[in-house]
Design a protein around this ligand. Structure first.
Ligand code: ADP
Length: 334
């Protein structure tokens, strides 16, 4: 099937795979979530039945795909990977479902982007392990009910609120992934450095962790860029100077903010005098989709206190003005 592949998509798929932990023990941080998931998996194994369906929610790059693969691996079952946008018709999903073996995991990335008819077909399949397959077209068409073996859906979403409640209700376990504190990212960077065979000073790991935007995917990406630096400069080990120089070259912000984060803050401050500004105006100003601004960029800016969401729109905080090297408007709250 075209829309099913065993490789998840990402910016750097091959190296992403190399750094992906295979077992729950190797998954860094998120201790509460790990304990919950461990219990959930142990119970399923003990009962020898596939576990309930799982929803992974949270911003991109925090480990949703990784956890899905760990779940399948820990259960010793195969995983099929697809995504909401890859499924254009309910029939696409019906054919994936009807080819699943007992116990298999079906991973649906960006599940909030499934077309409505596919969504309806999915929640019936999740509940009753049955699909209605349409045969023929037009007035002569008929539907044949097909019983499915028990399987586990793992959905991933950056927009949990966009899932219709009937679908959301079919998940027995929801994992909320949040940005990682820097001490967890530091461990993750040390682990990745070990996998890549790099020698990294503790200070260097710390520097990288502070500039990774709370996000494992970014931490790994920055580590690779620093590795490039070390390779070219023939360094035996990576110290804070190397991190500093490499990140300066790539214009990685001291707070880890990326190009879009900065563009958003700059737009609010300079084009809208600090806000409030509505999401759509803001997105148009930075030339991005509103969805990207809202799900990729804003959660981190809000968490780090650069931006607040108010009923009238987005407002830049004093911290944002100062980060851009500007003096806040008099009435901007600290
Ligand atoms: P998402 O599906 O949420 O966008 P991924 O699962 O693809 O994110 O994670 C991005 C990268 O970060 C992966 O290559 C994975 O190796 C790494 N990663 C994410 N979370 C962790 C973690 N908790 N421990 C170790 N590596 C992680």
């Amino acid at each position: 099937l075209r829309m099913v592949s065993s490789q998840p998509q990402g910016n750097e798929p091959i190296s992403d795979e190399e750094l992906r932990p295979q077992v729950l023990d190797g998954f860094i941080g998120q201790p509460r979530l790990k304990a919950q998931l461990q219990l959930f998996l142990d119970a399923a194994r003990k009962r020898d039945t596939p576990p309930d369906h799982i929803l992974m929610a949270g911003p991109p790059g925090l480990g949703k795909t990784t956890l899905a693969m760990i779940v399948a691996n820990e259960l010793g079952v195969a995983i099929r990977v697809t995504s909401g946008p890859a499924i254009q018709h309910a029939g696409d999903l019906a054919s994936i479902l009807s080819s699943l073996d007992v116990g298999e995991v079906l991973f649906i990335d960006e599940i909030h982007r499934l077309p409505r008819p596919a969504e309806e077909l999915l929640y019936i399949a999740m509940e009753d392990f049955r699909v209605d397959v349409m045969v023929g077209k037009g007035p002569g068409a008929s539907s044949i009910p097909l019983t499915l073996p028990r399987f586990t859906v793992i959905g991933a979403t950056t927009r949990e609120g966009m899932l219709p409640s009937p679908l959301r209700a079919r998940f027995g376990f929801t994992a909320h992934l949040d940005f990682y504190p820097s001490d967890e990212l530091e461990k993750l960077i040390e682990r990745s450095a070990a996998v890549l065979g790099l020698s990294l000073d503790p200070g260097a790991a710390r520097q990288l962790s502070l500039r990774s935007r709370g996000t494992p995917r970014i931490a790994n990406r920055l580590l690779r860029r620093v590795r490039d630096w070390a390779t070219v400069h023939e360094l035996d080990s990576i110290d804070t100077d190397a991190v500093h120089d490499a990140l300066a070259l790539y214009q990685i912000d001291s707070e880890g903010l990326d190009r879009l984060d900065i563009a958003v803050l700059r737009a609010i401050v300079t084009s809208f005098n600090g806000g409030p500004v509505g999401l759509n105006n803001l997105a148009a100003m930075v030339g991005e989709e509103a969805d990207t601004v809202e799900t990729v960029c804003e959660p981190y800016l809000v968490r780090e206190g650069f931006l607040v969401r108010t009923p009238k729109g987005r407002v830049a905080t004093a911290k944002a003005w100062e980060h851009l090297g500007l003096t806040p408007r008099d009435d901007v709250s600290q």
